[in-house]
Ligand binder design. Structure first.
Ligand SMILES: Cc1ncc(COP(=O)(O)O)c(C=O)c1O
Length: 325
């Protein structure tokens, strides 16, 4: 069995090469490439305003810049950048209690009532392993005057329109670095209908802006997002059914977490067997960005979707069962 690490499509790499050769920095400084990518992102998220930056964390920092006092994050299954950027700006971080990363709308309401925060930062999938009820969380936030910021690095292009959908997120941020759903190798973006947010962070947005070559890559690679997301999700669904130890077995995800008593040893053994072009696809938990219990994660999202065929999935199951069950 050969596993391959995800890489940008040939068309995306060609588009980036072409942009690198043809952009006339003297006359229009890559504005056409930037504008085209902004339009494509806007069509995908449904938000009116888009800024493209040099990374996902830059996007989070620029958004964080519009808050002053207090924000919320999930107590597990979030992204460390939320906390880091809040700390950098001197903003207090409140942890919302979760069920292994999933936020219950009623718990969210109670937390908002108690702490009066300005925003909630979540990822589309808690720890990449289970879908957040984004629409329900948005309704609570919107009702309470709290800004919902969805990091859709793993949820862009959702055919079911639950994730990365501007109708139920005030702000969407995403990384387009490797190995994300829009996998360009670098970059990130912010989308919103609230232009005020951008006005507050003008200096940061200018300082952290993306290279037009990255923008040319995003315009091409974003076309593949719906297919990549659905194929990765389907593969996780097939795999989860095989393991009683799967965390959140009934929720959509793009990585799978399996409970185990000795995650370090299990992780070590799995890493010997499961490699994609020499790179590991196993994460050992407890870990804030995944789940805070003893578990190992198989990062299916890191794999080239071409390898997610039935025979390969069967072989992955055979290998993992030999180690875990
Ligand atoms: C959910 C999520 N958000 C943001 C980032 C940060 O993205 P970048 O590496 O482009 O700064 C990552 C990186 O792994 C991530 O997984």
């Amino acid at each position: 069995m050969e596993l391959h690490f995800k890489k940008p499509s040939k068309e995306t790499r060609d588009a980036m090469c072409e942009a690198a050769k043809s952009i006339d920095y003297a006359s229009n400084r890559g504005f056409d490439e930037i504008r085209l990518a902004q339009d494509k992102i806007s069509k995908t998220t449904g938000h009116e305003y888009v800024k493209i930056l040099n990374s996902g964390n830059s996007a989070i920092l620029a958004v964080m810049n519009s808050f002053k006092n207090k924000i919320m994050v999930p107590d597990q299954g979030g992204w460390t950048g939320f906390r880091n950027m809040a700390e950098f700006r001197g903003i207090e971080v409140i942890k919302v209690p979760t069920d292994l990363g999933i936020i219950n709308p009623e718990t969210l309401e109670d937390t908002i009532n108690e702490h009066k925060p300005e925003a909630l930062f979540i990822t589309s999938f808690a720890g990449y392993i289970a879908e957040q009820p984004v629409k329900e969380l948005f309704e609570v936030c919107d009702d309470k005057g709290v800004i919902l910021v969805e990091d859709a690095s793993g949820g862009i292009g959702d055919k079911e329109k639950n994730l990365g959908n501007g109708e139920h997120a005030h702000v969407i941020v995403a990384s387009t670095g490797s190995p994300k759903i829009v996998n360009v190798g670098s970059g990130g973006f912010i989308s919103t209908n609230n232009n005020e947010l951008f006005k507050k962070s003008k200096v940061l947005l200018k300082t952290l802006k993306a290279n037009p070559v990255t923008c040319a890559g995003i315009s091409e690679e974003i076309k593949n997002a719906p297919q990549i997301l659905s194929k990765t999700g389907e593969a996780c669904n097939i795999l989860k059914k095989e393991f009683k130890s799967a965390v959140h077995p009934d929720k959509r995800g793009i990585s799978i977490a399996l409970k185990t008593d000795d995650p370090k040893k299990t992780g070590y053994l799995l890493r010997q067997e499961l490699k994609a072009d020499g790179r590991g696809i196993v994460t050992v938990c407890p870990r804030y960005e995944r789940v805070l219990i003893d578990a190992v994660c198989l990062e299916i999202k890191n794999l080239d979707v071409q390898c997610l065929e039935n025979d390969t999935l069967k072989e992955i199951v055979r290998i993992v069962k030999g180690i875990i069950d």
